[in-house]
Design a protein around this ligand. Structure first.
Ligand SMILES: [Zn+2]
Ligand SMILES: [Zn+2]
Length: 183
């Protein structure tokens, strides 16, 4: 059983608990995340929707992502904290905004998405894969980024049992859905 995560918005009206395993995590530097984050990127962790319980009123804002499919960002209507994101490009998942965790150290980023759009004042960290937009898995530096062999079996039981952020593995899908997501 994964370690439960808790978090909430700035004013406290919205609270959430995540009891399921984390599926993947990352920083998104797409234009939409930059606009909504208040800084150069949005840090998110993807979890199964059935493991997420949210209390309090949320306001939704929906706009098409890079795939053309709608993506909905969910905010506290009082203080504006971005709590979560959902959309058909990530079926069955909720993207929790890592900055709203009660303990932000519970988040470890596996990758940087849309890294080529990062502003000069908020560069992606050098110690995680940096993926550019719509490039089929090429990093900003031009190197092909592929999940390590162990990551390709992310759906195995060992991966799912892992509760430590450093052990998170990609779900059984290519990186490409993330390129098209604009989450
Ligand atoms: Zn609030
Ligand atoms: Zn994004």
């Amino acid at each position: 059983m994964a370690q439960a995560l808790t978090g909430g918005c700035l004013c406290g009206a919205v609270r959430y608990k995540v009891s399921g395993d984390q599926i993947f995590s990352g920083r998104c530097y797409c234009n939409d995340c930059r606009k909504t984050s208040g800084t150069g990127h949005n840090a998110v962790l993807a979890v199964a929707e059935q493991g997420v319980s949210i209390t309090g009123k949320l306001t939704d804002y929906t706009k098409p992502g890079g795939s053309g499919q709608p993506f909905t960002r969910r905010f506290c209507p009082t203080c504006g904290s971005r709590i979560a994101g959902v959309g058909p490009a990530l079926p069955g998942m909720v993207l929790i905004t890592a900055s709203t965790l009660d303990d932000p150290e519970k988040f470890v980023s596996q990758m940087s998405v849309f890294a080529s759009r990062a502003p000069s004042w908020d560069r992606p960290p050098a110690d995680t894969p940096a993926l550019g937009p719509m490039t089929g898995g090429r990093s900003a530096a031009g190197a092909v980024v592929q999940p390590r062999p162990a990551d390709r079996s992310a759906n195995n039981a060992n991966a799912r049992r892992s509760a430590r952020a450093a052990d998170f593995s990609m779900p059984d899908m290519e990186f490409s859905p993330l390129f098209w997501l604009e989450f």
